[in-house]
Write a protein that binds this ligand. Structure first.
Ligand code: 6CS
Ligand code: FE
Length: 309
């Protein structure tokens, strides 16, 4: 007999199992009006699909400022030497830089910008803090793919995030189009949890950030999700924003086009969902990937970047 005490156990078996989600999606009253929050119909869409695309939430001028900051950081040798900087598999080209909201004053303000912070607070129904932030560069010609995964599966197993009460906010720093490897999401996939086969090795992150090997849903599970809800790609001009639930199945193709695709990711977690111990006796991942030292709530601000809409 096996007693299962973890609702979302994963990587403990040789079999993939599909479980039902056990948590809400919207944690606040969807009829309550929130300044800079989503309208009722937008919340309903988020609830049904597990994501929402907000075209032009930031102006192109603001996005230009955010992109210049990303370029400046990723060209800086001092930053490139840090462990927050992750290279593409098989080369030295920059793939991601993590914890950008601590490395950059501009991004420190941006995570608290009321236009994004209030949507996170509204969906998660509480105060929120930043669990992880990063910029993904996906350069023209050389940017590599991100295989299908649920972020929550990784954050639950490797970081000890207890429940599905977190989301990603993706700010497009360049246009995301059909050519440059846009984010692909499976609508409705957030309602099922794919408990993955296999195990996790200690320090898996050292290679998973370049190319993920554990916590990958198998082809049958991915086909099951795609048959139910299909796949949508998130395309829009620089300054557009996607919010997606921590359990929405997602990935993106490599970028063989000449057009770079740079996106900024902020992961907001509820202050009522702070990290416990990683599952399976793993030691915690470094602070730059999964904050444990600072669960202080965001105070929404209205920063003036010099080009505010
Ligand atoms: O391991 C992580 O936390 C990260 N990996 C991926 C592929 N997406 C989410 C997250 O940034
Ligand atoms: Fe992800």
């Amino acid at each position: 007999m096996v007693l299962v005490t973890d609702t979302y156990q994963s990587r403990v078996d040789n079999e993939t199992t599909i479980l039902m989600r056990q948590d809400p999606i919207i944690y606040s009253d969807p009829r309550a009006e929130v300044p800079h929050g989503l309208a009722h119909h937008q919340l309903k869409n988020y609830q049904k699909n597990g994501f929402i695309l907000l075209k032009g939430l930031f102006s192109e001028q603001e996005a230009g400022l955010f992109l210049r900051e990303a370029r400046k950081m990723t060209a800086d040798p001092k930053i490139r030497r840090r462990e927050e900087a992750v290279a593409e598999p098989g080369s030295d080209a920059g793939r991601s830089v993590f914890m950008v909201h601590r490395l950059s004053e501009l991004y420190r303000q941006l995570v608290s910008d009321v236009r994004v912070a209030n949507i996170a607070r509204q969906i998660l129904g509480s105060e929120v803090y930043i669990h992880q932030s990063r910029v993904n560069l996906k350069a023209g010609f050389s940017g590599k793919e991100f295989h299908w995964h649920s972020d929550f599966e990784t954050w639950h197993v490797e970081d000890g995030m207890p429940r599905m009460r977190a989301l990603s906010c993706v700010i497009f720093l360049t246009e995301n189009n059909e050519f440059n490897g846009p984010l692909m999401l499976m609508p409705g996939s957030h309602m099922h949890y794919i408990s993955c086969a296999g195990e996790t090795l200690q320090d898996h992150y050292q290679q998973s950030l370049r190319k993920q090997r554990h916590g990958i849903a198998d082809p049958a599970a991915l086909s099951f999700l795609a048959e139910r809800g299909g796949i949508q790609s998130m395309k829009g001009p620089a300054g557009s924003v996607v919010f997606f639930d921590c359990n929405t199945m997602h990935g993106s193709n490599s970028n063989i086009s000449p057009y770079p695709r740079a996106n900024l990711f902020f992961v907001y977690n509820s202050v009522e969902n702070t990290l416990e111990s990683p599952r399976g006796g793993l030691k915690p991942r470094p602070e730059f990937m999964a904050t444990r030292q600072d669960f202080s709530p965001m105070v929404p601000l209205e920063p003036a970047y010099g080009g505010r809409k």
